[in-house]
Write a protein that binds this ligand. Structure first.
Ligand code: HEM
Length: 162
């Protein structure tokens, strides 16, 4: 199943899919069943708290978060997950491209964060099908989050050596 998720992530980031990336993830559970499977708002807060425990210990990606406003980032993640899972929240943060473009995030970095999120969901005993529904909804966002060098970037700053 983890292979299935990896395949979904790879597919979502394929250059063949030239459609513009979604600004934010869509609601995937209008009836709120996914929100309830996560334990409602309190459950999402626990998952995001634990996600950052894993991220802080993850030397592959913890450097990205050193300068970030932790409380705000966590609150925005909870709000976004609440919206996606049908909990009735309205995400009020920045769009995914705007908040990540400058960071130079690679596909490997993205996959590392997804691994940490899976550990946080396991830790909170989120049912496996619910985990997969959230991950499938987030996968297309990698097109906005993972850094893709544009012609304008090349013109102004030269190739990124990452
Ligand atoms: C599905 C994957 C991801 C989702 C849903 C997500 C979601 C978010 C959200 C909602 C915010 C807050 C935006 C705002 O300030 O309004 C944020 C900020 C941030 N994200 Fe992500 N993110 C994802 C992947 C990643 C990855 C892979 C990294 C790095 C490895 C990363 C690093 C950051 C950092 C450093 C910030 C704070 C930026 C700042 O405060 O200037 N994110 N993310």
């Amino acid at each position: 199943m983890r292979l299935f998720i990896a395949a979904c992530l790879a597919f979502a980031t394929s250059p063949v899919l030239a459609a513009p990336p979604p600004a934010n993830a869509p609601v995937v559970s209008a009836d709120g069943s996914l929100f309830r499977a996560f334990g409602g708002h309190d459950g999402l807060v626990r998952v995001v708290d634990d996600l950052f425990v894993y991220v802080d210990a993850d030397t592959r990606i913890n450097g990205f978060f050193e300068k970030a406003k932790r409380t705000h980032t966590k609150a925005m993640l909870v709000e976004q997950f609440c919206q996606v899972t049908g909990g009735g929240c309205v995400y009020s943060g920045k769009d995914m491209g705007a908040s990540h473009h400058e960071l130079g995030i690679t596909q490997a970095d993205f996959n590392a964060l997804v691994e940490d999120l899976q550990k946080a969901m396991d830790q909170n005993k989120v049912p496996f099908t619910a985990q997969n529904r959230l991950l499938a909804a987030l996968a297309p966002q990698s097109r906005a989050i993972v850094y893709h060098q544009t012609a304008a970037d090349l013109a102004t700053s030269g190739p990124v050596s990452k």
